[in-house]
Ligand binder design. Structure first.
Ligand code: BGC
Length: 468
């Protein structure tokens, strides 16, 4: 039974406040996602020392979360349909609390890997369900901004984790670093319990009265709420399909593949190498003390947050493709210059400053482009009749690719060498730009229905949205 089943008439300010509350609570999932990604880079050196771990075991502690996230993203597709988006988020919140406490109290590396796996389930479920929930609850005119806001919350979570790493490193207690995330997770749980169910999901379950009640709280004007209800009802007449559509329809296969490749490229930029191993990279760049490494990492987190605002401001003005080209060029330049600096040997203050500048350049390039834009594009390119499935598959691939990058970075460093590793990422960013040129459509200002109908009519991917 929905908490909001009774219909109450909203005033404009009441409905705005309510919309903001719903948005903030759901976006908290992004914050937890970011916290769990960010915290490990600061905690890892202490964990390695405590349990006397080699590279391989450290890679597993980092990447076990991604294994869980991949499973969680896939499971969330089914769960959020069976239980509803809201209860899928409630379950994710409970797993966040349990995983944080377990990792804080882990008596052995194996327990830690288990706890990170559980946290991964939560992160994967949240990364599928929260943007989907937001897009279903959000009034149409603010949908795009909401997806970027979710990415913004991820970056804020990462920054908060980097800051807490510093605070807690003074007491050198990794258990606190990991366990303390249970507190925001508890807030998230309280918040999502108070959220309404998604009106779209309620309608699919033939619970029209409850759907109307939710919409009436979100829209100040009852006519707008009614119009939205009818529109959602129309959309829902086309049933959602997954595997069967994929098997039968080659056009749908193309959009699913595009989403998959975009997510792979997002990870191959090397972003999470920086997120997970930043202190280690700063160590390579000559920052001797752990404290220096952590502060440099905070600056990375701050640039990540600030540059995301750039994407929010320009994505609907400049278009998706120009921003992606610019971002790829900046990322490639950053990685390349880091590679050359490491090759030449970072010694002295000037080259240290240059190394930090290169890394910041790279992060800014990612945050203004591939970070938010890949999530935006992945939600835009799927046709309505296969959207849940298409987004679930690309989210799953995001986590698998994330894991592959995290699990191979330290080994790459020791096999191909430090400098070559970064040059390799630079090359991958150039390949990303070429891929964008040939296969990515410009979706700015084009309705999702138009993109979907052009796709299903067999138009080339890069031309979607240009059809008559
Ligand atoms: C990516 C994550 C990454 C984060 C960094 C997201 O878009 O999917 O893998 O850690 O951005 O801000």
């Amino acid at each position: 039974m929905s908490t909001f089943a009774d219909s109450r008439i909203s005033t404009p300010s009441k409905s705005r406040r309510y919309g903001l509350f719903v948005c903030l609570m759901a976006a908290l999932a992004g914050l937890l996602f970011g916290l769990d990604i960010g915290v490990i880079s600061g905690a890892l050196p202490f964990i390695a020392k405590h349990f006397v771990l080699g590279d391989r075991a450290q890679e597993w502690i980092v990447s076990s979360m991604m294994v869980g996230a991949a499973i969680g993203a896939l499971g969330a597709g089914w769960l959020s349909w069976r239980l509803g988006r809201r209860y899928a988020l409630v379950l994710a919140a409970i797993l966040f609390i349990a995983g944080s406490l377990w990792s804080g109290f882990a008596p052995s590396p194996e327990h830690l890997i288990g706890a990170r796996l559980l946290l991964g389930l939560a992160v994967g479920m949240a990364s599928f369900t929260a943007p989907l929930y937001l897009s279903e609850v959000a009034p149409r005119h603010v949908r795009g901004a909401m997806i970027s806001t979710y990415q913004l919350m991820i970056t804020v979570g990462i920054l908060a984790a980097f800051l807490s790493n510093i605070g807690l490193s003074y007491v050198a207690d990794w258990r606190w670093m990991l366990g303390v995330i249970a507190i925001p997770a508890a807030f998230f749980l309280a918040g999502v319990l108070a959220l309404p169910d998604s009106p779209r999901w309620l309608l699919q379950r033939n619970r029209a009265d409850e759907a109307r009640a939710v919409l009436q709280r979100l829209y100040a004007n009852p006519d707008d709420a009614q119009a939205e209800l009818e529109q959602v009802n129309d959309d829902n007449t086309r049933p959602q399909r997954g595997w069967s559509l994929l098997r039968k329809n080659s056009n749908f296969r193309r959009s699913v593949l595009l989403g998959v490749v975009l997510q792979i490229f997002q990870q191959l930029t090397g972003i999470n190498v920086v997120m997970y191993y930043a202190p280690r990279i700063f160590e390579l760049a000559g920052f001797a003390t752990h404290e220096q490494q952590l502060w440099a990492t905070v600056i990375v987190g701050l640039v990540n947050v600030l540059a995301t605002f750039g994407a929010i401001a320009f994505v609907d003005r400049w278009g998706r493709k120009p921003i992606l080209y610019a971002g790829c060029a900046v990322m490639a330049a950053g990685m390349c210059s880091l590679g050359f600096l490491l090759h030449a040997g970072v010694a002295g203050l000037t080259s240290q400053i240059l190394a930090v500048a290169s890394l910041l350049f790279f992060i800014a390039g990612f945050a203004m482009s591939a970070g938010p834009l890949v999530w935006i594009l992945c939600s835009e390119i799927q046709p309505q009749q296969g959207r849940d499935f298409g987004i679930a598959v690309s989210t799953l691939v995001n986590w698998v690719a994330n894991m592959a990058v995290a699990a191979t970075f330290l080994s790459l460093l020791s096999t191909v060498g430090e400098a070559n590793t970064f040059v390799l990422y630079a090359i991958l960013n150039v390949v990303f730009a070429i891929f964008v040129f040939f296969f990515v459509p410009e979706t700015r200002g084009v309705s999702l229905e138009k993109l979907g109908s052009d796709l299903m009519a067999g138009m080339r991917l890069r031309d979607l949205g240009k059809g008559k």
